[in-house]
Design a protein around this ligand. Structure first.
Ligand code: IMP
Length: 193
C-alpha cells in the first residue's frame, strides 16, 4: 500500500487520520519515519502553517507527506484564536490553559458561535495540494466529556446535543473539520493511486 508521512507529533490526530485513511494509504508517523524535533509553525494562515509543516518533512525525507493545521474561529472574538489556537494562552500552554482562557473571554457572552477549520497540505513528488474542512458549532459554558483533545470538551457541533469530547471517534471523524478535510484527501488519493 502507498505510504504517506503525517507531519504531526499529536498522537490524537494520528489516531484520527489513521482511522479515516484506513485501507487507502498507510499513514507513517514522524517517529516511524525516524524524524525528530519540533516542527516550526510560524506562518500567519492555516494554509501557510500546513505548508510549513509538510515542507519540514519533505526537506528531510523526500517522501510523500501531509500536514494539517487547525484553527478555532470564535464569532464573538472576531475569529480569534484562529491560526493562534495552539498558543492562545501563551507559548507552551496546555489544552486546559487554552480552554480556561476561552471560557473567561466568553464569560457572559450569549453569542457562542464558532467553527473549526482545517487545512491539509499534501506534498506529492515535491508538489503541494490543499484540502479544507470546516464544522460550525457553539462554545459551551463549561467542559463536557473526556474523549478527544484540545478544545473538544467545550465545542458542540451544530445539530448535536453533545460536545466533541462526548462522541465516539467515528462520529467526530464523520463530521469534524479534520474528518472532512481528510475525506477530501482520501477521495483525491483514491483517484490518483
Ligand atoms: P494545530 O493544528 O495542531 O496547530 O491545532 C491548533 C489548536 O487547535 C491546538 O490547540 C489544538 O489542540 C486545537 N485543535 C486542533 N484540532 C482539534 C480538534 O479536533 N478538536 C479540538 N481542538 C483541536
Amino acid at each position: 500500500m502507498r505510504r504517506l508521512i503525517f507531519a504531526s507529533n499529536n498522537k490524537h490526530k494520528l489516531i484520527e487520520v489513521r482511522a479515516a485513511l484506513k485501507g487507502i494509504v498507510e499513514v507513517v508517523s514522524l517517529a516511524e519515519a525516524g524524524l525528530e524535533g519540533e516542527i516550526p509553525e510560524t506562518a500567519e494562515t492555516l494554509q501557510g502553517n500546513a505548508l510549513q509543516k509538510a515542507q519540514w518533512v519533505w526537506e528531510r525525507s523526500h517522501t510523500d507527506c501531509f500536514a494539517d493545521d487547525t484553527g478555532l474561529e470564535v464569532n464573538a472574538l472576531g475569529g480569534a484564536p484562529g491560526v493562534y489556537s495552539a498558543r492562545y494562552a501563551g507559548e507552551h500552554c496546555s489544552f486546559d490553559d487554552n480552554i480556561d482562557k476561552l471560557l473567561t473571554a466568553l464569560d457572559g457572552q450569549t453569542n457562542r458561535k464558532a467553527d473549526f477549520r482545517t487545512v491539509i497540505c499534501l506534498i506529492e513528488n515535491g508538489k503541494e495540494r490543499y484540502f479544507e474542512g470546516r464544522v460550525d458549532g457553539q462554545i459551551l459554558t463549561e467542559r463536557h466529556g473526556k474523549e478527544g483533545f484540545g478544545y473538544d470538551p467545550v465545542f458542540m457541533p451544530d445539530r448535536f446535543a453533545v460536545s466533541f469530547a462526548e462522541m465516539p471517534l467515528e462520529v467526530k471523524n464523520s463530521i469534524s473539520h479534520r474528518g472532512r478535510a481528510v475525506e477530501k484527501l482520501a477521495t483525491y488519493l483514491k483517484v490518483t493511486p
